[in-house]
Design a protein around this ligand. Structure first.
Ligand code: HOJ
Length: 246
């Protein structure tokens, strides 16, 4: 009915604006960098880093991305309305998922490279992390997202839906999160219907299932890493990375 349609228009606009204002790099900037790849020497340098040096290096850069996702969340009207604890609970499980969704904008499917440290890196750059399965899963997921060719508006609504998920653990007011989630779903449905791409909704839910297992893998690797290198994980990782993922 009109009320829900009206509501979703206004909600869509604020989510799209928030996505644009917190996207960290503009698409044009990234397009200019796309073909800047690492030289053999530079790849060698990454591959000769120790496991804990490389994990720390990546954690610092990914924390950059997580900060922007936290800003994105704060600008979503429905998210701000939730209690502090529920906002933290959603960010704890959802922020890495949104980083991985957004990572697809920083991915070149032609040569299977992802933006990293100012250039585009293939999987071989991350060899010293000693988690090839996580990296190939990250790259596969980025490929899958690129294949959907989402517009920035669709990506914005999808990112909000990934974040505002009433099934997350330890929520205080699940009902309230459900209402916000429902209005974001309406917004995404509205956008996809307007773009004549209703079929995408089903594919996006499949992507969310893959994303959840990918983040479980990330947490498993991170647990393995922090047991093996407790000092690095507890004193050298950025506080936000520790707070959200450790
Ligand atoms: C929102 O999307 C993006 C996309 C790219 C970048 C950013 N934001 C922030 C700025 N940035 C910089 C400065 O390099 C990019 C970055 O961090 N790239 C990058 C980092 C680590 C990678 O794999 C390792 C890994 C992956 C997943 C989980 C744990 C991991 O390792 C422990 C791959 C790429």
């Amino acid at each position: 009915n009109v009320r829900t349609l009206f509501f979703s228009d206004e909600l869509c606009a604020s989510i799209v604006r928030s996505h644009r204002e917190t996207s960290q790099y503009r698409l044009e900037e990234l397009q200019a960098l796309t073909w800047k790849v690492f030289s053999r020497e530079e790849i060698q340098a990454y591959q000769s880093k120790t496991v804990d040096e490389m994990w720390q290096h990546c954690a610092v850069r990914l924390t950059d991305a997580v900060q922007y996702v936290v800003e994105f969340a704060k600008h979503i009207p429905g998210f701000r309305m939730l209690s502090q604890n529920d906002q933290i609970a959603l960010l704890k499980t959802g922020s890495m998922e949104v980083v991985l969704v957004r990572m697809s904008r920083f991915f070149n499917t032609e040569n299977n490279t992802v933006f990293f440290d100012g250039k585009f890196a293939g999987t071989e750059v991350f060899k010293s992390l000693a988690c090839g399965d996580l990296i190939s899963a990250v790259f596969d997921f980025a490929h899958g997202m690129c294949a959907l060719k989402l517009t920035e508006q669709q990506l914005a609504l999808f990112s909000a839906l990934v974040l505002i998920n009433a099934d997350r653990p330890s929520l205080e007011d699940r009902g309230r999160v459900q209402r916000v989630q429902r209005s974001v779903e309406l917004g995404l449905n509205h956008i996809l219907h307007r773009d004549n791409q209703d079929s995408l909704m089903h594919k996006l839910y499949q992507r969310m299932a893959v994303l959840r297992s990918l983040c479980v893998l990330h947490m498993e690797k991170l647990r393995w890493f922090s047991q093996r290198y407790p000092l690095t994980a507890h004193s050298l990782f950025p506080p936000l990375y520790k707070e959200l993922f450790c």
